[in-house]
Design a protein around this ligand. Sequence first.
Ligand SMILES: C[S@@+](CC[C@H](N)C(=O)[O-])C[C@H]1O[C@@H](n2cnc3c(N)ncnc32)[C@H](O)[C@@H]1O
Length: 285
Amino acid sequence: MSNDPPVPDGLSLEAGFERVDDQSDPSFLVNTMDQTARWPSIIAMRAFEAEQLALGPGDALLDLGCGRGEVACALAPRVQPGGRVVGIDASEAMLADARARADAAGVEVTFRIGDGLDLGEPDASFDAVRAERVLQWIPDTDAAVAELVRILRPGGRISLIDTDWRTLAVDIPDLDAAMAVVRALVRDRGTAAAAGGRLVNLCRDTGLTDITVEPTTHAWTAWDPDTEPAPSGFFPLDGILPQLIDAGDLDPDHCATFLDQVHAAAREGAFFMSLTMFAVAARKP
Ligand SMILES: C[S@@+](CC[C@H](N)C(=O)[O-])C[C@H]1O[C@@H](n2cnc3c(N)ncnc32)[C@H](O)[C@@H]1O
């Protein structure tokens, strides 16, 4: 049992993807992953990653924060015959979906509960490791990368994909309100919020070599706030911003202005929001 406070109804920003199973409705976040898997930016970064990992028969791959297991299942045939894929996640709700996906696809993947800070795998036991959009939910990002590198064999490949919340751009007339929301989101989540833009230096700091980076941006151009709880694949803005006020990270006036203007823009067919993510691949010397 977790000692964290109980989460309120609706999506809790504090629990976020860090404690999916503690959300009042974990299926909201599970379904969010389904929506983001269709973003062209995610498809492009996963294609870049598959090329960089260059998996072949006999390889062992670990997927940290595997979520619904799309990538683990897609890559599993590449390591056969003789290889193995392990998907680790902190959420049973995510893993249930991942196991069903593997069964339906007829691929062999070991999906298990685990923690990015203690993977429970021997040193140098994997040829490749990947972590997509999970480091931003692990407060000690540096320790999580070091743990991935620990289980990677010398010469093995690592792929890290993450969002940088400093890049969230929302086109509303009041720039101060828009930037106040970004600052509040980043302040609330701490260093992990900048995980995407830190990946290259995290790889350098861990002594990795052959570092390559592929930035991609997802752009939203439409949202109907009267019928959709959130822009597709995003958090419900109306639900999470008041939590930033409660946490002391967002001024109530900025929040009210932001919500008024973003709703008005969306209703007038003038919604625009973008978020940049980075895919970084490297090798353990
Ligand atoms: C945003 S989702 C990304 C899922 C998947 N990698 C993808 O890109 O579709 C983040 C995932 O990381 C998991 N997670 C969060 N903190 C974790 C931790 N400390 N250890 C392992 N998994 C964690 C969550 O349960 C969730 O499934």
